[in-house]
Ligand binder design. Structure first.
Ligand code: BES
Ligand code: MN
Ligand code: ZN
Length: 495
């Protein structure tokens, strides 16, 4: 779909020919003399339309309006969050319709900021994404063009451009996350990473089993050894600033299918473990967005990708492996595999002398219990990094919540047979997983996002959400601001 941004007056909006015109109405959108205003005023007065967020009123071939369909949608006080609700509700009414050209007017909002425009685009992208890769008769959207109408296009152009980058990045993340494991193997996922190298400022290296063995990634290799599919380790580079500028490293968990291994998972909903590479998909999505947005920063993406399968060669509970850091790990539960692939990627990140390292992982069911589908779990040893990520979550409406890292949580990871065990007890499972990772992240400012509850939806709406691409992009764009200091190399919360 094509997006366009334009300034139009109310009378011109009424005269705009299109299959559908969507008009956002706040609690106090001013009433003027044009047909649209009159219609809205009388619908509110009669009680047939309310301006509560997401409330809809549709009409067909309306007098004084050139659009075939008119959709009035309430957006409350016009806050960014309510705009998102309104746009998604309105766009959903056009799903499976014949509308090719849709006009979305934000002119009724009191403040049409760059943020409002960006959010509207992202919401449009969200509502219109549809999965097709493995359908023989995909339902293709007829939508060709979305014209976004604002009072001052020049003023909000930066928000429009950012929105375009996000739409592309989020769609890419959803697409790879949604693909079933047999259509998104580590090799295929590496192909998706390589395809990004065609975009400006992006370079991609892909390592296979031999190179990974040479690096000494014994923990990552241990997870991969139970599968017929060979592992891949992807290294993405986005260069938008001088080489001397320290990069931010993003590490995405890329378990393309998680059976649990020998500690096998129950059958119910096991299909959803194709989403266990949503962290990796979000890294690919961020790089897609960076190529569009071209911020003046450097970013490295690391993706350890493999399957977690039970096999004659698979790791067994009690096996001890040696990680790239030299630390030995007793694998007490083969289903705690995410931390085993991430720990070696974290050690690999050291070579980039990063300003910060952020790992993104569908790591624990315990995080779903703790925070549900609303906020991702945020763990960090660095207060300024944590603050920046929390703020990026709020500004992008892609929320996270900080969780603790007290050393007492690491007690359960002690073992008689290695330096550390890969699991502790059931209690505080999201935190003990983060405590395991922290042992491999001592040499840089580090944050961990547990997206197990937020990366995909279950049930009838089963599918990837594209989170936390928006959060990460907001954080990274903020780093391009030269007035922002890099995270202070200071340990917080724990020694
Ligand atoms: N990929 C799962 C985490 C997960 C489970 C995400 C359910 C979303 C929904 C991870 O590899 C895993 O299996 N974690 C275990 C850890 C446990 C063995 C300590 C879990 O959460 O049960
Ligand atoms: Mn697992
Ligand atoms: Zn997993």
């Amino acid at each position: 779909m094509d997006f366009e941004l334009k300034t139009l007056t109310r009378p011109r909006l009424c005269a705009e020919k299109c299959e559908a015109l969507i008009v956002l109405m706040t609690d106090d959108t001013p009433i003027a003399g044009d047909a649209l205003s009159q219609l809205a005023a009388s619908a509110v007065k009669s009680g047939d339309f309310e301006t509560k967020p997401g409330k809809l009123l549709g009409s067909y071939r309306t007098a004084g309006v050139a659009a075939t369909r008119l959709v009035l949608v309430g957006c409350g006080d016009g806050s960014v969050k309510n705009v998102r609700t309104a746009v998604i509700a309105a766009m959903n009414t056009l799903k499976n319709s014949n509308a090719k050209r849709v006009v979305l007017s934000l002119c009724g909002l009191p403040h049409v900021t760059a943020d409002v425009v960006c959010t509207s685009l992202v919401a449009c992208g969200d509502a219109t994404y549809s999965y097709a890769a493995t359908k023989s008769k995909p339902v293709l959207s007829k939508l060709e063009k979305l014209l976004l109408v604002v009072p001052d296009a020049v003023k909000v152009k930066p928000g429009f451009d950012k929105g375009l980058g996000l739409v592309n990045g989020i769609a890419l993340a959803k697409e790879w996350a949604n693909r079933p494991a047999n259509h998104a193997t580590p090799v295929l996922l590496a192909g998706a990473a390589k395809a990004l190298a065609k975009l400006p400022n992006i370079k991609v290296d892909v390592l296979g089993p031999k190179e990974v063995a040479k690096l000494g990634m014994g923990s990552f290799m241990a997870v991969a050894q139970g599968s017929e599919e060979p592992l891949r380790f992807m290294v993405l580079h986005y260069n938008g600033a001088a080489k001397t500028r320290a990069p931010t490293v993003l590490v995405g968990k890329g378990i393309t299918f998680d059976t649990g291994g020998i500690s096998i998972k129950p059958a119910g909903e096991m299909d959803e473990m194709k989403f266990d590479m949503c962290g990796a998909a979000s890294v690919l999505g961020v790089f897609r967005a960076l190529a569009d947005l071209k911020p003046a920063i450097n970013v490295i993406g690391l993706i350890p990708a493999c399957e977690n399968m039970p096999d004659g060669k698979a790791i067994k509970p009690g096996d001890v492996v040696t990680s790239m850091s030299g630390q030995t790990i007793e694998i007490l539960n083969t289903d705690a595999e995410g931390r085993l692939v991430l720990c070696d990627a974290l050690t690999y990140a050291e070579r980039f002398k990063p300003r910060a390292v952020i790992d993104i992982a569908t790591l624990t069911g315990a995080c779903v219990v703790a925070l549900g589908a609303v906020r991702s779990g945020l763990f960090s040893t660095n207060d300024s990094l944590a603050k920046a990520l929390l703020e990026a979550g709020e500004s992008s409406l892609d929320l996270c919540w900080r969780m603790p890292l007290d050393d007492d949580y690491a007690e359960g990871l002690k073992t008689n047979f290695a330096d550390v065990a890969n699991v502790a007890g059931r209690a505080g499972g999201a935190v003990t997983a983060a405590k395991f990772l922290q042992r491999f992240a001592a040499k840089f400012a580090w944050a961990h996002l547990d997206i197990a509850g937020t990366a995909w939806k279950s049930g009838a709406a089963k599918g990837a959400t594209g989170r936390p691409v928006a959060l990460l992009v907001d954080y990274l764009l903020d780093q391009a601001d030269p007035s922002k200091p890099s995270p202070v190399k200071k340990r917080t919360q724990t020694a």
